[in-house]
Structures are given as structure tokens and as C-alpha cells.
Ligand binder design. Structure first.
Ligand code: 5GP
Length: 212
């Protein structure tokens, strides 16, 4: 049975545990691909080009915008980020479901263009928890932490525009909830061609029942 791949957007303020959640989700689900974004920010730690992101200059990014290569793009924390249309289309047309880690502006733009996108927002239990996690991971200086916290306060206001909101109190519980959402979305009737699913079986009524 063929089904077009589903786009699953996951947004969370940075430090919210999102990358761990996405990594663990994909480890246990070979049907889930990850869309690698283009960014103009510098690589952090041991990040590699073509793995976490495609790292590009501002000029290269602007060229991609001019070529209409992005299905959505946004400026986040002072850098540019974009989702390549080709990357997403290639996978969904092959029937792969795609996880996208994108910010609130980009997510809303994507939802406008692809209304069937499933949007999931992961909230930290509190801003204080988020601040502790940001400091704990030791990747940002004080100024960057301040910017990320301020952005987090703004971003959480958008959570109500999403299809699902999860509070990440416990990583295992959050991952379990995400798996449940993904499973349920894969079973949504409108995504499945019932005739295709049952092949030659003819027992389905030919007409809709009159009492629905
Ligand atoms: P980071 O620099 O910490 O990896 O990501 C910063 C923010 O950029 C995160 O909120 C992440 O979701 C967002 N982001 C990453 N890739 C994209 C993208 O392709 N488009 C948009 N709009 N946001 C992205």
C-alpha cells in the first residue's frame, strides 16, 4: 500500500531536549527521515556539514532564497535557517515520513503551504528549567543564553497554533507520547487509500451508508 509521506514538525525552545527526542524517535522508527536544514550559523561542537545542517554563507543562503529552493525559511537568533523543498519532496514522494526541527515562524509558513503538516510543540516545564538546561549543555555564552531565553518566552505563545502540545517533564514519557501521535497520524483515514489497502477484496459497500 502506498501512502504519501507525512511532514511532522517539531518545535521547541532550544534547550528543551528537542534534539535528543528527535534522535531517539528516529532510532526506533526506520520510516522516519530527518530533513536537514540549511543554516548560516557556524557549526557548534562536533557538528558536521550535511549531518546536523548544511552550513552555508549568507551569500549562498540568499542565492537559494532567490532560486526559490526553500519551502520555508526564517531568521532565528540572528541567523538564517531554511528547509529545502527538494529535500522534503523527494522523501515524501518516496513514501517516507519526515521530521522537521523548525522554529515557530517557519512552522506556520509550512502549515500554510502544506496544510496536511502535523505540528507538535514541545514545552519545557518552566523557563527556569530551560535556563538550567541551556547552562548545563555549556554550548552558549551568557549573551546567547539571554537571547535564547527571550526567544523562548516569545515562542511559547505560538504553541496554541499547533496540533499537539507536550510538556517535556520526563524525556521517556515525551518520546512515548510522540510515538503515539506519529502512529495515530499514520492511521488517519484520509491518508489511507482503503481500496488500495484491501486490494481486490470486494466486501466494502459501494455507496456511503445513508445515515451518516
Ligand atoms: P540551533 O541553532 O539551536 O540548531 O537552532 C535554532 C533554532 O532554529 C531552533 O528553534 C530550530 O528549530 C530552528 N531551525 C532549525 N532549522 C530550521 C529551518 O530549516 N527553518 C526554520 N524556520 N527554523 C529552523
Amino acid at each position: 500500500m502506498f501512502r504519501q509521506g507525512i511532514l511532522f514538525v517539531v518545535s521547541a525552545p532550544s534547550g528543551g531536549g528537542k534534539s535528543t527526542i528527535l534522535r531517539r524517535l528516529r532510532q526506533n522508527d526506520p520510516g522516519l527521515a530527518y530533513s536537514i536544514s540549511v543554516t548560516t550559523r557556524a557549526p557548534r561542537g562536533d557538528e558536521r556539514d550535511g549531518v546536523e545542517y548544511y552550513f552555508r554563507s549568507v551569500e549562498q543562503f540568499e542565492r537559494l532564497v532567490a532560486e526559490d529552493a526553500f519551502v520555508e525559511h526564517a531568521r532565528v537568533h540572528g541567523n538564517y535557517y531554511g528547509t529545502l523543498r527538494g529535500e522534503v519532496d523527494r522523501r515524501t514522494e518516496a513514501g517516507e515520513d519526515v521530521l522537521l526541527d523548525i522554529d515557530v515562524q517557519g512552522s506556520l509558513e509550512l502549515k500554510r503551504k502544506r496544510p496536511d503538516t502535523v505540528m507538535i510543540f514541545v514545552l519545557p516545564p518552566s523557563i527556569a528549567t530551560l535556563e538550567r538546561r541551556l547552562r548545563g549543555r555549556g554550548l552558549d555564552n551568557e549573551e546567547a543564553i539571554g537571547v535564547r531565553l527571550q526567544n523562548a518566552r516569545n515562542e511559547v505563545r505560538y504553541a496554541r497554533h499547533y496540533d499537539y502540545v507536550l510538556v517535556n517533564r520526563d524525556l521517556d514519557d515525551t518520546i512515548e507520547a510522540m510515538r503515539t501521535i506519529i502512529t495515530a497520524e499514520r492511521c488517519r483515514a484520509h491518508r489511507i487509500d482503503i481500496k488500495d489497502a484491501f486490494g481486490e477484496i470486494e466486501f466494502l459497500p459501494r455507496e456511503e451508508p445513508s445515515n451518516v
